[in-house]
Design a protein around this ligand. Structure first.
Ligand code: FAD
Length: 375
């Protein structure tokens, strides 16, 4: 069955990249349909710390951040697995908000602007013909003049389309597991801590409603070593870091079971697949250690929205602008990610940064961008 309407734009994936592009395009008077396989609101694995580079952009989309009483985060603490600790101010800083709330609010804004948001609707394929794009869901085929993929880190479409990062052999860049809790604890609201442990790191920072997000990433091998038990891994590996031991001991988990994702990959991806422009994590993912994937998703939407004005040279211009904006950040992210993990190396790094704080500031600067809108 084929619905009659032909939309100006069909967006697959209603995370931050897809929702912000939908809002921008609806504001520009375009008819937009957005497909999201889940139903809002829902939790997802993410550290929930957003760089302040995105604040004005989100407000411009219609999200009244300044009225939401969100924690503003100005300080960073990094610790090594053995407990060496380094603290530094964050130049620009960030704020905390749960993805449960953020994605839900953006979806509401999109709907109010007339975007057709189809929840619980998984896209099985997107095809470009001579005259249009066809988006295949379980029950229907939707038609549009343009289609965009913002389906995140790893989707059924990545697998079906055999994207190179899926078919590549297992490497140190594509075998990560992410775990997230919301917790109640005693921790400064203006601080984000990154506690390292053997082959992983764990972030903790405040979000809304006096809650904290505790989110960590580690290798599949670490989980396997712990009989695939998250509780055992937290006890035997993460808790070797005295700061993490303290947090696990003295915090209350809001949900009994954490959110978990696996097969996270930081391999290079590409900005087009089957002539469909890709956005957010679908086009390339920065190591969460550098804490900036959400701002990259917003920034990418801003950039693509601009280029959709004249689609003739999109194939050439979009990757060029994307690389200009993000390739240094991603490269620094990959390098930083590879430096952390080994307990001895991490300890040496953190001790050295204590004597050369400008090195830490340099990493922070190179993994963050300018305010969105000032490309
Ligand atoms: C462990 C971890 C911690 C992180 N911490 C932070 C942090 O603190 N700060 C930060 O800025 N970034 C962080 N990030 C990165 C950040 O979460 C992502 O960069 C960001 O969510 C990317 O947004 P997106 O819209 O591209 O993808 P997503 O937010 O993942 O959205 C993609 C959407 O597509 C949907 N979808 C997928 N396939 C289909 C389909 N076939 N049909 C319909 N819908 C589909 C999914 O359900 C999903 O809702 C972290 C990432 C990880 C893994």
């Amino acid at each position: 069955m084929t619905p009659e309407t032909k939309y100006d734009l069909a967006i697959t994936g209603g995370g931050l990249a897809g929702l912000s592009l939908a809002i921008l395009q609806a504001k520009a008077g375009k008819s937009v349909v957005l497909f999201e396989k889940n139903t809002y609101p829902f939790h997802r694995v993410c550290g929930e710390y957003i760089s302040l580079e995105s604040w004005d952009f989100l407000e411009s989309l219609g999200l009244p951040l300044s009225q939401m009483n969100l924690p503003i985060i100005k300080n960073l603490q990094v610790t090594s697995p053995s407990g060496t600790s380094l603290e530094a101010p964050l130049d620009l800083g960030g704020f905390g908000i749960s993805r449960y709330k953020l994605d839900f609010e953006l979806a509401k804004i999109a709907k109010n602007l007339g975007v057709k948001v189809l929840e619980s609707t998984k896209v099985n394929d997107i095809r470009k013909t001579e005259t249009q794009f066809e988006v295949y869901t379980e029950k229907e085929v939707y038609l549009s003049k343009m289609a965009v993929g913002s389906f995140g880190k790893r989707s059924n479409l990545d697998v079906d389309w055999k994207r190179p990062f899926i078919t590549k052999n297992r490497t140190s860049l594509n075998q990560y597991v992410g775990v997230k809790y919301h917790i109640k604890t005693d921790f400064p609201k203006d601080k984000i801590a990154l506690h390292n442990f053997s082959d992983g790191y764990c972030g903790i920072s405040a979000i809304e409603d006096d809650l904290y997000c505790l989110c960590y990433m580690t290798t599949k091998a670490n989980l396997k070593k712990s009989d695939n038990s998250i509780a055992l891994m937290e006890d035997k590996i993460l808790s070797k870091n005295p700061f993490l031991r303290e947090i696990f001991k003295n915090s209350e988990k809001v949900w009994p079971q954490p959110e978990v994702i696996s097969q996270i990959s930081f391999e290079k991806k590409g900005q087009f697949e089957k002539e469909i422009p890709l956005l957010g994590d679908a086009s390339g993912m920065i190591a969460p250690l550098c804490g900036n994937g959400m701002s990259m998703a917003f920034h990418g939407a801003y950039l693509l929205n601009d280029l959709l004005e004249s689609v003739e040279n999109l194939q050439e211009n979009y990757p060029k602008r994307w690389n200009h904006e993000f390739s240094t950040r991603l490269q620094v992210g990959r390098t930083v990610q590879s430096l952390f993990g080994n307990p001895v190396m991490t300890d040496i790094l953190i001790r050295s940064m204590k004597f050369a704080p400008s090195f830490l500031q340099l990493i922070i600067k190179n993994t963050h961008g300018k305010k969105i809108g000032k490309i």
